[in-house]
Design a protein around this ligand. Structure first.
Ligand SMILES: *[C@@H]1O[C@H](CO)[C@@H](O)[C@H](O)[C@H]1NC(C)=O
Ligand SMILES: *[C@@H]1O[C@H](CO)[C@@H](O)[C@H](O)[C@H]1NC(C)=O
Ligand SMILES: *[C@@H]1O[C@H](CO)[C@@H](O)[C@H](O)[C@H]1NC(C)=O
Ligand SMILES: *[C@@H]1O[C@H](CO)[C@@H](O)[C@H](O)[C@H]1NC(C)=O
Ligand SMILES: *[C@@H]1O[C@H](CO)[C@@H](O)[C@H](O)[C@H]1NC(C)=O
Ligand SMILES: *[C@@H]1O[C@H](CO)[C@@H](O)[C@H](O)[C@H]1NC(C)=O
Ligand SMILES: *[C@@H]1O[C@H](CO)[C@@H](O)[C@H](O)[C@H]1NC(C)=O
Length: 310
């Protein structure tokens, strides 16, 4: 497939350089010192009509249904491409949404930011991005991906922000982050991830934010977060964790969200209880079991209530 289907109902925001004076028909361009902004209503990619110096392009609420690599040759300086969802699509039911990302489609644009969220993407061609891609921010959240697109993202060695929230990922495959040593933010919340590989973050020393909430994690390897020296925030809420092995949260941040897990509060939970009472983690998880401690905030429990020797 050499084109991709997407749809939207208008086109807003074409940002381009100051000295780009052309503007596609049915677009309104607003020129300022540094950028040009245009609003457009059209159903074909504006192509040749776009200012050749366009560096940022947003297409939304448009009837645009096809975008190919050829289209992007018209904007050789494009650094930002935003294709957010067509919010009206399900009112009409007439349009297809972006489902596949074909080969080579981004090979002709020096993209830095690529936002493809809230479409219905389930498949990404392994060669859709050029080998020397400089993309730092990729947003594929709200799509239908079942597998982490490891091969497809392999060339993104400059990637800093990766959004894969709200997909159907079942795992983070072994080594899936190795190609992205600069990664700072990993958003994989609201998927179906059941476990983390013990070396899952071994080569991700630049990570500052890890969002894993609303998955199906039921245990964590105790050393999985070690080495994340720059970690500032981690969200593990709304998973299936009942207890943590000693050492799991021996990391250099206290901003870890742990609520909405089915914590079982007994002596085996001493590690978590200690972290919560003595190191003031900024989270107030509650016990789910045993029954007599249900809904008690773990940090407020006494040694005796935890079943620990006095
Ligand atoms: C999109 O297509 C529909 C149906 O053909 C039409 O009514 C509408 O005006 C079009 N919208 C734009 C922005 O072109
Ligand atoms: C903008 O495009 C014109 C030709 O279309 C080119 O001469 C000029 O160098 C470009 N400016 C920038 C900043 O890229
Ligand atoms: C239709 O869109 C609305 C607003 O975005 C959303 O709340 C609703 O769940 C959608 N319905 C379907 C069937 O996708
Ligand atoms: C990435 O940046 C380098 C250095 O600026 C440049 O040579 C290369 O062409 C860029 N890659 C792409 C795909 O634009
Ligand atoms: C990109 O890299 C892959 C693997 O290293 C290679 O097979 C492929 O031919 C390269 N593509 C281009 C266009 O250089
Ligand atoms: C952090 O990212 C830089 C590139 O921005 C890379 O050179 C460096 O190796 C990374 N550090 C770690 C610990 O991974
Ligand atoms: C932990 O964070 C503090 C404050 O940001 C910093 O001074 C310290 O060097 C860090 N320690 C490690 C082991 O990274």
């Amino acid at each position: 497939m050499n084109s991709w289907l997407m749809h939207a109902l208008a086109m807003t925001g074409v940002f381009c350089c100051r000295d780009a004076l052309s503007c596609p028909t049915r677009c309104t361009c607003h020129f300022s010192a540094k950028t040009t902004e245009a609003d457009a209503r059209l159903s074909l990619f504006p192509g040749d009509g776009l200012p050749g110096n366009t560096t940022s392009l947003t297409i939304q609420f448009s009837n645009l249904s096809v975008l190919t690599a050829q289209h992007l040759t018209a904007v050789p300086l494009l650094e930002e491409l935003h294709l957010p969802p067509n919010k009206l699509s399900n009112l009409t039911g007439e349009y297809n949404e972006l489902q596949e990302i074909p080969a080579h489609v981004f090979h002709h644009a020096p993209l830095l930011n690529l936002v493809l969220k809230d479409n219905r993407i389930f498949s990404i061609h392994p060669d859709c991005l050029p080998n020397n891609s400089n993309i730092t921010w990729l947003d594929l959240s709200g799509n239908h991906l079942i597998k982490f697109p490891m091969a497809q993202l392999q060339s993104l060695s400059h990637l800093k922000v990766l959004h894969l929230s709200q997909n159907k990922l079942e795992e983070l495959p072994v080594g899936c982050l190795i190609a992205h040593p600069a990664l700072e933010r990993l958003h994989v919340d609201q998927n179906k991830i059941q476990s983390l590989d013990v070396k899952g973050f071994c080569c991700s020393g630049n990570l500052t934010h890890i969002l894993l909430q609303k998955n199906r994690l039921d245990s964590l390897p105790p050393t999985v977060f070690q080495g994340l020296k720059r970690l500032e925030y981690m969200d593990l809420s709304d998973n299936r964790l009942q207890f943590l092995l000693s050492g799991t949260l021996d990391i250099n941040t206290s901003w870890v969200e742990l609520t909405f897990n089915p914590w079982h509060c007994d002596a085996k939970k001493e590690y978590l209880w200690r972290k919560l009472t003595m190191e003031s983690l900024q989270s107030e998880p509650k016990c789910t079991t045993p029954e007599n401690l249900k809904d008690c905030v773990i940090a407020t429990l006494t040694r005796k209530e935890m079943g620990l020797p006095e």
